[in-house]
Design a binder for this molecule. Structure first.
Ligand code: UFG
Length: 341
């Protein structure tokens, strides 16, 4: 199959592209490099030993998308092109709604025009909101999101659900990611945030490599076993494998299906810090700071459905996630800006 990855040069997109290429699929990457770079595509091809077709374009731009879909006929779309910084979305909600929703609408319009029926969407555990009990289950009603970013994910799920209800030929798979971390074991691709990292693992990795002095842990007085928040961290290569299986599932089915992609196992901030220290042999200085607005004390996935229906399971543990993150970060201390390796 030929799969179009909108946002395919980004963190999750690049790992998914490698996985698809290695499974024998053809890949078209469309990315405007707003939070990624062409070097990532070069490295995807280096790992996979195959070329991907790559277009630098804004996924909102319907005319350009149409040209790309016509030039390289597509069987399935994976939509990973989106703004994703929670705090930034609170400051710039209009930009977030415009960008994230427009990309989805443009893709759906161009798919309709070119007769493409399979859509895999990069959604988030944030759509469960604070109302739901843990572990989160796909059958739960969605909750209220803690940021405009989260609401864009929830709204895009709704748009895709409505589109599938109106078009019996459409097949939509909503993948709700938990907390993706880690990197490809080659150390060639990984997470490369611009500026100060918002998320825990890239922050730890930058402390380890000497780019930041210390980690601030946002709160140690939560009602959790060690007082720090707990999340369901999942290796990005397991997540990539989930996308490959979702593409194949979407091809065989119609309608909408939701899958949690997580390990089902919680891990606290302190546990992750200690696991990273053990995997890297580097100590991570930290201080305890105040709680961060909008953080939930803890959540993790019930991942039974993905196992039963897709045959997918997150096989890589926290130690491997830390080892691969460190391998990426120490080989690329400045991320892709460090140039070719
Ligand atoms: N944390 C710190 N210090 C830091 C960064 C994070 O202590 O410098 C803590 C947070 O307070 C939280 C935990 O580490 O307790 C994880 O934080 P992340 O920012 O790594 O991840 P979140 O769970 O907050 O956010 C992730 C995704 C979002 C998504 C959200 C809910 O990044 O896209 O899960 O699904 F919306």
């Amino acid at each position: 199959m030929r799969i179009l990855l909108a946002g395919g040069a980004g963190y999750i997109g690049s790992h998914t592209a490698v996985c698809l290429l290695q499974a024998g699929h053809d890949v078209t990457i469309v990315d405007n490099y707003a939070n990624s770079c062409p070097e990532a595509v070069r490295r995807i091809e280096q790992i996979a030993g195959r070329k991907a077709d790559c277009f630098q374009a804004d996924v909102k731009d319907r005319d350009t998308l149409l040209r790309i879909f016509r030039e390289k006929p597509v069987d399935c779309v994976i939509h990973l092109a989106g703004l994703k910084a929670v705090g930034e979305s609170v400051r710039n909600p209009i930009e977030y709604y415009r960008n994230n929703i427009d990309t989805t609408l443009s893709l759906l319009e161009v798919m309709r025009e070119t007769g493409v029926h399979d859509f895999v969407f990069s959604s988030s555990a944030t759509v469960y909101g604070e109302e739901n009990p843990i572990p989160y289950l796909e059958t739960m009603k969605k909750g209220s999101c803690s940021s405009p970013y989260g609401w864009t994910k929830s709204m895009m799920e709704q748009i895709l659900t409505d589109a599938a209800a109106a078009d019996p030929e459409l097949s939509v798979v909503l993948l709700r990611y938990f907390n993706p971390i880690g990197a490809h074991p080659s150390g060639l691709i990984g997470e490369d945030p611009q500026g100060i990292p918002n998320n825990l693992m890239p922050y730890i990795a930058q402390v380890a490599v000497g780019r930041r002095e210390h980690l601030t842990i946002f709160g140690d007085d939560y009602d959790t076993p060690d007082g720090t928040c707990r999340r369901d961290y999942i290796h990005v290569c397991d997540l990539a494998e989930g996308h490959r299986l979702a593409v194949e599932y979407a091809h065989e089915h119609r309608g909408v299906e939701i899958f949690n992609l997580g390990t089902g196992k919680p891990c606290s901030v302190l546990e992750l810090v200690h696991a990273f220290e053990e995997a890297s042999g580097v100590s991570i200085p930290y201080v305890i700071g105040p709680r961060r607005d909008g953080d939930l004390p803890q959540f993790w996935a019930n991942a039974d459905k993905a196992r039963a229906v897709l045959g997918w399971q997150a096989g890589r543990g926290i130690g491997e996630m830390c080892r691969d993150t460190w391998n990426w970060q120490k080989n690329n201390p400045e991320g892709y800006r460090g140039g070719r390796i």
